[in-house]
Design a protein around this ligand. Structure first.
Ligand code: URA
Length: 272
């Protein structure tokens, strides 16, 4: 497969197409030892002997697709790029590709596992209706859960959409004290009541329950709306896993790790 030299350099994170065109025209780029000044010069990225592209004498490594695991911190928008505010893609360290996007979205106040890639095919596979891998979340819920909460999750809940939610898992882990809740949110840099995106401060009188939720679909604010339908309110939400891919225990909020396609599809438990 052949691609234009300007695309090769832009995909490798050297800058926008117009920036890399300038670099090429300045005569700083060589392909297999020959200086090239034309941005539409074709580079064979599948050639068996490999291609060596250098900018100012430094080799540029091209990867057609990249995969990152992010421990999404609170307060960051799940989007590709936004002119006004920082997004999850901005957390990926240099060299930065310009075509990265998150696979699905987590709400601004939700923390935990998020995949970032430029592989549209993998993303479509993971987000296609009926093909979602199981996603497990840990949540803290304020309010009294009904006795039959687990059964209602299993049967599907009316959250105001055309159809009930697909069968979902709910595991009640136990009650949570205000102190433990404060500790849990401060570990994630969340200050209760600091903005509309974050929960009001809880009081000693509030009933807090820690739960685990398993979903096989991804509707807008789904978990929050499922608990709202039971007159409860999600005040902390963290995604722990997607398929067999777990948020690594030694990762910290805001940390990004690069991974490879083979390891990723194996852990997600989907066919390559
Ligand atoms: N459900 C929600 O309500 N929010 C998320 O971010 C993810 C699932």
């Amino acid at each position: 497969m052949q691609i234009r030299l300007d695309k090769y350099l832009a995909d490798a994170g050297l800058g926008t197409r117009s920036t890399v065109r300038k670099i090429i025209k300045q005569g700083l780029v060589s392909v297999n030892g020959q200086f090239v000044r034309t941005p539409d010069h074709k580079v064979d990225i599948t050639s068996a002997s490999g291609v060596r592209v250098e900018v100012s004498g430094k080799e540029v490594v091209y990867e057609p697709v990249s995969y990152y695991i992010l421990y999404k911190p609170a307060g960051i928008l799940s989007a590709s790029r936004d002119g006004r505010e920082r997004t999850v893609v901005d957390l990926v360290p240099e060299p930065k590709r310009r075509d990265l996007f998150p696979v699905g979205r987590l709400d601004r106040d939700t923390v935990g596992l998020l995949l970032i890639t430029n592989d549209g095919k993998l993303s479509n596979r993971l987000l296609a209706p009926g093909k979602h891998v199981e996603k497990i979340y840990r949540a803290v819920v304020a309010g009294r859960l009904p006795e039959d909460a687990e059964q209602r999750f299993q049967e599907g809940i009316d959250i105001g959409d055309e159809t009930l939610t697909a069968p979902a898992g709910l595991r009640i882990l136990g009650s949570m004290t205000k102190d433990r809740f404060d500790c849990c949110i401060s570990e994630h840099g969340i200050t209760a009541g600091s903005s509309d995106d974050f929960p009001e401060e809880v009081s000693e009188e509030d009933t807090l329950t820690e739960v685990e939720v398993t979903l096989t679909e991804g509707r807008y604010h789904q978990i929050k709306r499922m608990f709202e339908a039971m007159d409860c309110c999600v005040i902390f939400l963290k995604r722990l896993s997607m398929g067999g891919l777990l948020l690594p225990k030694d990762m910290r909020p805001g940390e990004v790790r690069k991974t490879g396609y083979d390891a990723l599809v194996r852990e997600l438990g989907i066919l390559p």
